[in-house]
Design a protein around this ligand. Structure first.
Ligand SMILES: [Fe+2]
Length: 257
């Protein structure tokens, strides 16, 4: 595999198809500054943070800052994790400006996120080009047209409250709704791909490495040729220190419009 995340070989793509996922180097120097800005925002008063929330009723999707407090949303469904998260979309600065939110202190932070978002979009595009070449698809063009649909998710799980609630470690197993997910950074590299119960753990996260895998959109678009990848957080205490208070992760979702 190449040292640059934007040079993905045909062998990588073949591996992605065969195994449903691939690792690719992604030690990006923007990540520490992006985490720092995220924690600065988490330290702001709640009234300020709530100005950064753009809910689906208004904007069709969750944009900006959100928190979940372990509540059961729908009868019969599993309770939410204890977590705070942030969705960075291309249009977030404009939304903040239209709401007259004072966000000057976060200008550079958002520039960094846009730079990382663009880099991830390029990586997703490169994978799509490889898939198109091998399978005669037009994913790259469709992704290009959907460029602003891709977004970065910053996650901060509250491990203390999860433990108090005697909840299994956060991150219930699921598949993503995306076309392609780039799990680009994880504080403890504890994401597992595949179903443990089936003895089918395919990949485990690694430091400075992105995990790239398909979501439901890819499976639907290709009528099952590419399989949506089940993933979950490992409960292995060797990975996450017993006294850890939070777990952060940064993920890019490449979606088709
Ligand atoms: Fe996921």
């Amino acid at each position: 595999m190449s040292a640059s995340p934007c040079v993905i070989t045909n062998q990588d793509i073949e591996f992605l198809i065969r195994e449903g996922s691939m690792h690719t180097p992604f030690a990006h120097n923007l990540i520490p500054a992006i985490r720092e800005g995220w924690h600065d925002l988490l330290d702001e008063p709640g009234e300020y943070r709530s100005q950064w929330t753009f809910a689906p009723e208004e904007h069709g999707r969750e944009i900006g800052y959100f928190r979940r407090d372990g509540l059961m949303r729908n009868p019969g469904s599993a309770p939410d994790d204890f977590k705070q998260f942030f969705h960075f979309y291309h249009d977030l600065p404009g939304l903040l400006a239209s709401r007259r939110v004072r966000y000057q202190a976060y200008d550079t932070w958002m520039d960094d996120m846009e730079a990382l978002r663009t880099r991830c979009a390029r990586m997703a595009h490169t994978v799509a080009l490889g898939l198109d070449r091998m399978y005669g698809l037009d994913l790259a063009e469709r992704l290009r047209q959907s460029e602003h649909v891709g977004f970065l998710r910053l996650l901060s799980y509250d491990l203390v409250r999860s433990r108090e609630a005697r909840r299994e470690m956060m991150g219930k197993g699921h598949t993503d709704g995306s076309y392609l997910t780039l799990h680009i950074w994880d504080e403890y590299s504890c994401l597992m791909l595949g179903r443990e119960a089936d003895g089918q753990i395919l990949h485990q996260g690694m430091p400075d490495t992105a995990l790239v895998f398909f979501g439901n959109q890819a499976e639907k678009e290709t009528r099952g040729m590419f399989k949506s990848m089940y993933h979950a957080i490992s409960g292995d205490p060797a990975l996450v220190p017993a006294d850890a208070r939070t777990r952060d992760a940064i993920i890019y979702f490449a979606d088709l419009a």
